[in-house]
Design a protein around this ligand. Structure first.
Ligand SMILES: [Zn+2]
Length: 453
């Protein structure tokens, strides 16, 4: 196979890549609102077909968004299979008024393309489709079999991906998985991440009176916001330590190798603080401690708290109800079901059994072994294209990696084109065109190296 032709094809066909990405961005596909998912899945299917990838929509049951499956069989090396996992759904665009352009514009300004999904995850997806297209157009073949699994519920917790994996286990069979995204740091080094944290997401609510009341009644009528605040306060201390009994029981300490890796990972502490406008971190963590926390510490975070009057000016009101949304990031070996049971019994034992709890989702953390040969294949590829790369024990974020690792029994490695400050999940999300191009080339290299070894 002629690799140079393939890489040159990527350079010569940036226009097509960008216009296909625009098509995807301009199709809203907000899973939280069940908006445009079917349409977007069909678009992905069509773009794959246009690129020479056999594709189809797979279904589980009514009401569940379809999963796009793509496949190219290799003539020269049909015994190895690389699977790309991605998602076509995006986060909601709110707050709408903070966008400089329309959220689904796909507008290009200089080296950036803007719009919800431009990085997360449509930008990532397009690099992989185009890497395969580049091979097919220049060599008429791919270095090994390639499969695509593109789901539509990643941004709301991938509720059905495990069921899809189990149902289509044979169809999805592979030897390694490239994960849906990867960050590129502020010095243009791709971060190759070997794990994901898990997540438990709950909502606690309290209803006291039938409606919001005059706040003079606060002397006799209980305020549900106070009640929730007290409950939430019992979960965590000011340094971020979770106070629920046995919360850390199964957490394993990091291995020597992992600690070394974390130590060697660069961390732009000053740049990060500046970008986010913060003076110091939780518990005044610095340097190594902050890095370790990102990789290996469980969290308890208030994602939202709503009660009473929150608009402009003063309104003396006693809210009738209140709710709080809380996300807990989990680390490897923590079982979301067990943690949920611990949370329930904590609340009960502290006298908060009256609060209503809604569980939104739970998924376990996952970690790929540093010594797996696939890790070095990805790293070598990244070094060749980017000149450098960073290996990371785990991302601080969450994804259904555990399900993939368990069902497909394959190592999963994250690498991608998302700049650390690409404002994913926020207004004015963008993707950098130079990184998209480089990452497409990097995917070409990964296919080649993985096939050869
Ligand atoms: Zn996302």
């Amino acid at each position: 196979m002629n690799m140079n032709h393939t890489l040159r094809y990527v350079d010569d066909h940036t226009k097509g890549l960008v216009s296909d990405l625009q098509v995807l961005i301009r199709q809203p596909s907000v899973s939280a609102k069940n908006e445009g998912l079917e349409k977007c899945a069909k678009l992905v299917c069509n773009i794959m077909k246009k690129s020479g990838i056999k594709s189809e929509l797979l279904r589980l049951k009514k009401g569940v968004p379809p999963l796009v499956f793509g496949e190219v069989k290799s003539k020269q090396n049909p015994n190895k299979t690389l699977l790309f996992y991605n998602h076509y759904d995006v986060q909601p665009v709110e707050p709408f008024e903070l966008w400089d352009d329309k959220p689904f514009s796909g507008k290009i300004k200089g080296n950036k393309i803007f719009g919800r999904g431009s990085s997360d995850d449509k930008g990532e997806l397009i690099t992989r489709i185009k890497a395969v297209e580049s091979y097919l157009r220049t060599n008429g073949d791919v270095p090994c079999n390639v499969k695509f699994v593109v789901e539509g519920e990643e941004e709301i917790g991938s509720e059905h991906v495990e069921l899809y994996l189990k149902k289509y286990r044979k169809k999805f069979a592979c030897d390694a998985v490239i994960w849906e995204f990867g960050y590129v740091d502020s010095k243009n080094r791709p971060i190759i991440s070997l794990g994901m944290k898990g997540l438990l997401y709950v909502e606690l609510s309290k209803k006291e009176s039938t409606r919001d009341l005059h706040s003079s009644l606060a002397v006799i009528i209980k305020n549900p916001a106070w009640r929730l605040l007290e409950a939430v306060k019992s979960l965590r201390n000011a340094d971020g330590k979770i106070l629920i009994k046995d919360w850390y029981k199964e957490v394993q300490s990091l291995t020597k190798k992992e600690l070394q890796l974390i130590e060697s990972e660069p961390f732009d502490e000053i740049g990060m603080k500046k970008e986010y406008g913060v003076k110091n971190f939780v518990a005044n963590k610095k340097g190594k401690a902050a890095k370790q926390a990102l990789v290996a510490e469980p969290t308890c975070n208030i994602a939202g708290f709503v009660s009473g009057y929150t608009e402009q000016g003063a309104k003396t009101v006693l809210p009738g109800s209140a709710f709080v949304k809380i996300d807990f990031r989990l680390v490897p070996n923590m079982d979301p079901k067990k943690q949920l049971a611990r949370l329930r019994s904590h609340l009960k034992s502290k006298g908060f059994g009256d609060l209503k709890m809604t569980v939104y989702h739970g998924e376990a953390a996952s970690k790929t072994n540093i010594s797996d040969p696939f890790v070095s294949q990805v790293q070598e590829s990244a070094n060749e294209i980017y000149g450098k790369s960073i290996l990371s024990v785990s991302s601080a974020g969450t994804g259904p990696m555990y399900a993939f690792a368990q069902v497909l029994k394959s190592p999963c490695v994250s690498i991608g084109c998302t700049h650390v400050y690409a404002r994913i999940h926020s207004p004015n999300e963008f993707a950098r065109l130079d990184l998209i191009k480089k990452t497409t080339k990097c995917m070409c290299r990964i296919l080649e190296k993985f096939a050869k070894d």
